[in-house]
Design a protein. Structure first.
Length: 686
C-alpha cells in the first residue's frame, strides 16, 4: 500500500496531571530565575526535541521487551526509526544515518489558556536542617493541561529518494511509538519533586474537550483516551502471537527502502534524438537570456530555521540567509517526484538546466541584497537619528567625520516603511534636532537570530549530562525568504513542469517543506513554499562603458593553477574565461575601485551526515567598478543571469550590473528592527 492511501501522521496528546515546566535556561533579571518555554502566542509548549528524547529512550525499552532481549527486529527497527543515539559506539557504516520519525511541538489547543504561576524553592542544609543562605530560587510552572501535536513518518530519505510506507510498516511504527509513550512518566524539570507527571498518548486522536471554559480545560476524558490507546496496543500485540489469524493487525518492523523510479534511463545525447542538453559550460558559462525561464520561490518560516554555519564551541550557529545549496535539492526533488520517469528532469542539475539562487530576507515585499562593501557610515549617530547617512566610496571623497565600514546586513532599495512619509530626513520632527538633505533611498538591517538552549540527558539516569549544554541559533519563525529559480526553456517546456509550478503559484497553493539543519528534530526547519508564475527571462542588454558589479552571492573563483582562489585577479580571470574580459575602471586616488572581502564557505551533506570540504570565496556584497568593452557586453549579460565562477547552479556567483543605488555618492537608509523582518504570528503558525 502506497503513501497515497496510508497516512504517515499520528496524533499525539500530552496530558499533564501536575505542575510542569520545560525551562529555557534563562530567567528575568531581579525576578524569576528560570522561565518556561512558550510559543509565539505566549502559551507553554513542549518542543519536539524534548518529546523525541523521552520517547526514544522508552522505545528502546519497548523494543527490548518485544524482542525479549537487546537484539532482534524490533531493536533494529527502533534504531532505524529514531536514528543513531548520541552514545552509539558502532562504526559509521553500521549506524543508521538519520531518523525516520519527526515529533512536532506539543502546543495548547486553540481557544484554551494554561495558567502559569511562580514557585519558590530553597535548599536545605543537610547538617542543620535549616534553609541555606543565598539558595532561594523562583521559577515558573504551568498548571495541569492537555497539549496536542503530531508524529510524522519521514517520506523522503537523506538522498531525497521517496519512501513508501506499507500499512504493516506504519502499524509497526505506531505500536512501538504508542508503547513508548505509555512508558513515559514525566517530562520537564523537578520531576523528583512530583512535577511533570504526564501521559504521552500516540496514535489515537483525543476526544473533543468537554471543559467548562477556555481557562479550565477538563482532563476527565484523559483516562478514557489512555484506555483506547492501550486497547489498540493489546490488539496489535495479539497479532504477534502464534495463534494470530489473517484478520489481525499486520506488523512489519522495518523502514521502507527507496522507491525504484529514481533509476531512470540515460539522458539522450545530441544526435540520438530527444532533447539535447542545454549549452552551459561547467562553472563559467551560460546560454543566452532568451533560452531561460524564471520563477520566484517564496519561503515562509513556520518554525526557526538553521542555515548551516561552522559550529563554534557549544554554539550551533546559523547564517542570516539560506544558501542555494539547500534550496536546489528540494526544488529538484519536487520535480523528480512529480516526473519520476523523465530523464531530462533527472539530469536537470548536472546538465545545467536548473539553477537556484540563495534565499534572501524579504521586507515589505522587497528582497534584500547583501550590503555593498564600498559603503561607510558615521561612527557616531546623532541623537534621535533613525536613519543611516551612507557614503558610497566608489564616487564620494572621504567624509570629514570618522567613518565605519558597513560589512554586514542587507540593503532593501526603495522600501518605504509604515510611517516613513511622516518622518523623512530633512523635515522637522518634534523633539528631533537633526536635519538631513537627502531623502531615504531604502532600508538596511540584519535579521535577528533566535537562540534556544538545550541539554542532553542520560538514558540511564534521566538527569542532565555534564558538559552537554548547547545553544542553537536560527532564523526566527515568521520570516520570509525569496530565491530565484531559473530553468532552461527546454526544461520548462517538458510535459508537466510548467503545470507543476503553476499549481504551486500563489499563497493558497503552497506546500510544506523541511529545510536546513536539524530539520528532522521537529522544532526547526518547517517552512511553507510557493512559486510565482513561470515567465521567460528578458534580461536588459549590458552597455559598454564604466559600470559596477554588485555581487549578491559568494563567488567561487579558482586561481590560475585551478586551486583555491578569490583574489581580484582570480575574479577577473573567471569573467575572462567566460568570455567577458573586464578591467578595473580608473578613478581618483581617494576613491575606491573595488571592495572585496573573503570568507570560508562550509556546507553540510545530509546524505553523508558530515560537513563538505571548506572553500574560500569572495564574500557576497563585494563590488567592482569596471570598464566593459563592446565585445564583452553579450557575455556579461548572460553571466548576470546565471552567475560566474564555480557551483553557479547552487546560487554562487550571482551579481547585479549597474545598480542605481551605487550611482549615488551619498544617500540615507532607514534602520530596520527585528519586527520588520517578522510577519504576523498567525502567518508563522497557520
Amino acid at each position: 500500500m502506497s503513501n497515497e492511501t496510508t497516512s504517515l501522521s499520528f496524533p499525539l496528546t500530552l496530558v499533564f496531571h501536575s505542575d510542569w515546566g520545560v525551562s529555557t535556561g534563562t530567567g528575568v533579571v531581579g525576578g524569576v530565575d528560570s522561565v518556561i518555554e512558550t510559543d509565539t502566542a505566549g502559551q507553554p509548549v513542549v518542543r519536539g526535541t524534548v518529546l523525541t528524547g523521552v520517547v526514544r529512550a522508552q522505545a528502546r525499552q519497548a523494543a527490548a521487551a518485544l524482542d525479549d532481549g537487546p537484539s532482534g527486529p524490533w531493536n533494529s527497527f527502533a534504531d532505524q526509526l529514531f536514528g543513531p543515539a548520541p552514545d552509539d559506539t558502532r562504526e559509521a557504516a553500521a549506524r543508521p544515518r538519520h531518523s525516520h520519525v519527526i515529533f512536532s511541538d506539543a502546543c495548547v489547543p486553540v481557544g484554551q489558556r494554561v495558567p502559569v504561576h511562580e514557585v519558590i524553592s530553597l535548599s536545605i542544609d543537610e547538617q542543620t536542617g535549616t534553609a541555606r543562605e543565598n539558595f532561594l530560587r523562583v521559577f515558573e510552572r504551568a498548571g495541569g493541561c492537555q497539549l496536542q501535536g503530531t508524529v510524522t513518518l519521514v517520506d523522503v530519505d537523506a538522498q531525497g529518494h521517496a519512501l513508501r510506507w506499507t500499512e504493516a510498516q506504519r502499524d509497526a511504527a505506531r505500536l512501538l511509538l504508542s508503547l513508548a509513550g505509555l512508558l513515559v512518566r514525566g517530562i520537564g524539570s523537578n520531576r523528583s519533586d512530583g512535577d511533570g507527571v504526564c501521559d504521552v498518548l500516540i496514535g489515537q486522536a483525543a476526544p473533543p474537550s468537554q471543559g467548562s471554559g477556555p481557562e479550565q480545560p477538563n482532563l476527565a476524558d484523559a483516562a478514557t483516551h489512555k484506555q483506547e490507546v492501550r486497547r489498540w496496543c493489546a490488539q496489535a500485540l495479539d497479532s504477534l502471537e502464534p495463534t494470530a489469524t489473517a484478520g489481525d493487525i499486520q506488523l512489519e518492523p522495518s523502514v521502507p527502502t527507496p522507491a525504484a523510479p529514481w533509476d531512470s534511463p540515460e539522458v539522450p545525447r545530441p544526435g540520438q534524438g530527444g532533447v539535447a542538453p542545454a549549452r552551459v559550460p561547467a562553472g563559467d558559462g551560460a546560454g543566452s537570456a532568451s533560452q531561460w525561464c524564471t520563477t520566484t520561490l517564496r519561503i515562509d518560516l513556520l518554525t526557526p530555521l538553521v542555515s548551516y554555519e561552522v559550529p563554534f564551541s557549544n554554539e550551533v550557529r546559523s547564517l542570516d540567509f539560506l544558501r542555494g545549496t539547500v534550496v536546489l535539492p528540494w526544488v529538484h526533488q519536487l520535480l523528480r517526484r512529480a516526473l519520476p520517469d523523465d530523464p531530462v528532469v533527472r539530469d536537470a542539475v548536472v546538465s545545467g538546466r536548473l539553477l537556484v539562487s540563495d534565499a534572501l530576507p524579504v521586507v515589505q515585499g522587497c528582497r534584500g541584497l547583501p550590503t555593498p562593501l564600498v559603503l561607510t557610515r558615521p561612527k557616531a549617530d546623532q541623537p534621535g537619528q533613525w536613519w543611516l547617512e551612507v557614503s558610497n566610496r566608489l564616487l564620494a571623497a572621504p567624509p570629514p567625520e570618522v567613518q565605519s565600514p558597513m560589512r554586514s546586513g542587507f540593503v532593501f532599495p526603495g522600501v518605504a516603511m509604515p510611517g516613513q512619509q511622516e518622518a523623512q530626513p530633512g523635515q522637522a520632527q518634534p523633539g528631533d534636532q537633526t536635519q538631513q538633505a537627502q531623502p531615504v533611498s531604502g532600508a538596511w538591517g540584519v535579521p535577528a537570530l533566535t537562540g534556544r538552549q538545550g541539554t542532553a540527558h542520560s538514558a540511564q539516569t534521566g538527569a542532565t549530562k555534564d558538559g552537554s549544554l548547547f545553544l542553537v541559533r536560527a532564523l526566527p519563525a515568521g520570516m520570509r525568504l525569496e530565491a530565484t529559480v531559473t530553468l532552461s526553456k527546454d526544461l520548462a517546456e517538458r510535459p508537466g513542469v510548467r503545470q507543476l509550478l503553476t499549481r504551486m503559484a500563489g499563497a493558497g497553493r503552497s506546500v510544506e517543506a523541511r529545510l536546513g539543519l536539524r530539520r528532522l528534530s521537529g522544532a526547526y526547519g518547517q517552512t511553507r513554499c510557493c512559486f510565482t508564475p513561470l515567465v521567460e527571462v528578458t534580461a536588459p542588454q549590458v552597455q559598454a562603458g564604466t559600470t559596477t558589479l554588485w555581487f549578491t552571492a559568494d563567488v567561487l573563483a579558482r586561481s590560475a593553477a585551478l586551486g583555491p582562489g578569490g583574489s581580484l585577479t582570480d575574479l577577473l580571470g573567471a569573467f575572462r574565461r567566460a568570455g567577458a574580459a573586464l578591467r578595473l575602471a580608473e578613478g581618483e586616488a581617494d576613491r575606491y575601485r573595488a571592495g572585496i572581502r573573503h570568507r570560508r564557505v562550509d556546507t553540510w551533506s545530509p546524505a553523508s551526515s558530515q560537513p563538505r570540504a571548506t572553500r574560500m570565496a569572495v564574500q557576497a556584497g563585494s563590488v567592482l567598478r569596471v570598464e566593459v568593452p563592446p565585445e564583452a557586453t553579450t557575455a556579461l549579460t548572460r553571466l548576470a543571469l546565471t552567475g560566474v565562477g564555480s557551483l553557479t547552479a547552487q546560487g554562487f556567483g550571482r551579481f547585479v550590473v549597474g545598480h542605481p543605488l551605487l550611482e549615488q555618492e551619498a544617500f540615507n537608509l532607514r534602520t530596520l528592527r527585528r519586527h520588520d523582518f517578522i510577519h504576523t504570528a498567525q502567518e508563522a503558525q497557520s
